[in-house]
Design a protein around this ligand. Sequence first.
Ligand SMILES: [Mg+2]
Length: 366
Amino acid sequence: MQITGITQHHLTHQLDGAFEPTWIPGYPQGVHELELFEVETDAGITGITASPSFAGGLDYADALSVFLAGEDPHDVEGILRKLDAVDLVGPRPWHVELALWDIIGKDAGKPVYELLGAAAEPIPVYASTGEAQPADERLPYVETRIEEGFEAVKLRVESPGDIETVRGVREAFPELTLMVDANKGWSVRVAREEERWSFADALGFARGLEEVGDVAWLEEPLPRHDYRGYARLRKKTDVPIAGGEFNDGPHQFREFVQQESLDVLQPDAALATGIKRGTEVAAMADLHGLEFVPHTWTNGVGFAANLHVMAAADSAWCEYPFEPPWTPAVRDFLLTDTIEHDGGYIEPPSGPGLGIEIDRSVLDEG
Ligand SMILES: [Mg+2]
């Protein structure tokens, strides 16, 4: 089998309103943008992948074709070596690799998780918020999620003073598992810069979380390449420290492991590792007694890919992005079917390949 060509579609989907993600400080997001790629083969099988997009995105299907045309999509390792320099022309390579697994799975008639040697065990989902809201605004959201079956919620915080938000939610819901994301690892700085935390801010916040109790992790309180800072912080607090969603490639996760920086590794298959390297990072985490809980906040294709990796890695939690008007239907607007949780648990799609289908009608609108 040979790859014959690549087609790219820039897709946009209007939200029913807007929300203010902490990772794009000061910017109300009212549209979901992505780049969808169809990787075609001479066997008539097409693999899909998608990457997040912003401000109109980049066109690079022609450049990708130079890397991929004529290659056998089953040769994931060989193609990854070729893609190693794809950032010469713009994008990180990781999302491209998802399409190979989609093709391989469709060719074999098996879902990707089976190719990775996994069974489809239900994974508990946690509701991942997007805005830093004070506790009184956040409480109705939490209550609704609990009614829907969620056993954990991840709160967003911006300032050290937002420890009050976490305290307020904990007081109202003493049994709920909480995650807390400071989003200081990276950000999209188009409207304003994020509020950086000093090491002392991060440590003070972690100490506050120790008092709150039952906090599964504190995520990205420091810049994503501050491996030493994370290691220092981790030594000084009992709260597990998480990160890595936007680190680039397995070698950066090796750095987190070698420097003993993190308790929870969060590589996103679509952003940070691809599927094969994701499972390698998961194996590294397991060998070192660390948790592996990928970031998933991209789009329906990235979400599905991460579900297959999570199934293979036996992840303790699945991030389920949910901050209306950013809903699962908005996340998956390009798919024929929204990937839903069932009473707080989720399984990877069971169809061949990634197990998802593109809603062709959105291609005309895009
Ligand atoms: Mg995060």
